[in-house]
Design a protein around this ligand. Structure first.
Ligand SMILES: Cc1cc2nc3c(=O)[nH]c(=O)nc-3n(C[C@H](O)[C@H](O)[C@H](O)COP(=O)(O)O)c2cc1C
Length: 260
């Protein structure tokens, strides 16, 4: 069973690759959270994967809220692993997940990181196409390696890029302050297609007179609305006007953000 969260497809891609290798079920944590589906039966010997992007060296709010309520019903302690995608480094995100799981009487057995193109256009521009392609190729190899390690039930810390993980508590506190919505707006290029409202994992967008409005003071800042808007109409203050947009080119989304 693989639980995943993804704003722009990187983590969905990793989750799909793991699913192809191990089978089971692929569960979108954002949908499960919306529908309050927190209880799952785990078969004997079944592995549990938790796949998501790192945000400010920590967990996206949606992942934290879901794990906080997760119950796994099983005869034995399930083997739990995480694959955390990042633009550079994951800090202590795996440790944060391990602590949350512990509070649910669950144990994180293995942690992996995969570097993929960064999607946080609110803060940085996206890498150019050449860099994106190189990073995606290398990610593919990293995921294959992870599949191999999981097949042989390898336990442990396989995180290769922690960065300045000592800064994790500070970075994560900044996330709490930073993930405000008041700077989001849509320009005239908006065609009122409603995709942003449909895909927002934190239900923070509502169309009003055909235009998106951000109805919650804070959201997860997953950046799906900005990056996946078909007319690049969504902006965040002045920061995103001249920046590119990123969506993982190897995944197809249905409108609800789940895989086809
Ligand atoms: C709010 C936010 C915060 C992020 N923080 C980090 C970070 O601390 N370190 C990092 O390497 N990448 C960071 N990123 C980049 C993403 O983790 C990375 O691009 C990820 O692969 C995106 O996954 P997705 O396409 O599944 O949403 C951040 C992205 C967002 C949207």
């Amino acid at each position: 069973m693989i639980f995943y969260f993804s704003g722009t497809g990187n983590s969905l891609y990793a989750a799909q690759k793991l699913y192809e290798a191990d089978g089971g079920e692929l569960i979108d944590m954002a949908s499960a959270l919306k529908e309050k589906r927190f209880k799952y039966n785990v078969a004997d010997g079944e592995k549990i994967g938790i796949v998501f992007p790192v945000y400010f060296y920590g967990l996206p709010t949606i992942v934290a809220e879901f794990i906080d309520q997760l119950t796994l019903e099983s005869n034995e302690n399930p083997f739990i692993y995480t694959v955390i995608t990042c633009g550079g480094s994951i800090g202590g995100a795996d440790k944060m997940l391990g602590n949350l799981l512990k509070q649910r009487n669950l144990q994180l057995n293995s942690a992996f990181s995969v570097e993929m193109p960064s999607n946080y256009v609110i803060m940085y521009d996206v890498p150019d196409n050449e860099k994106q392609n190189l990073t995606l190729l290398s990610a593919e190899r990293q995921i294959e390696k992870i599949v191999g390690l999981l097949e042989s039930d390898k336990k442990g810390d396989f995180v290769s890029n922690r960065g300045l993980s000592i800064l994790t508590p500070l970075a994560y506190r900044i996330y709490g302050i930073y993930r405000k919505t008041k700077k989001f707006y849509a320009i005239d290029a908006c065609t009122s297609c409603g995709l942003c409202e449909e895909i927002c994992p934190s239900r923070s967008i509502q169309l009003s007179s055909g235009k998106p409005e951000w109805i919650n003071g804070k959201c997860s800042h997953c950046s799906a609305c900005i990056n996946r808007c078909p007319t690049r109409a969504i902006q965040y203050g002045n920061a995103t006007k001249k920046r590119g947009r990123y969506v993982n080119p190897n995944v197809k989304f249905s409108n609800m953000g789940e895989e086809l």
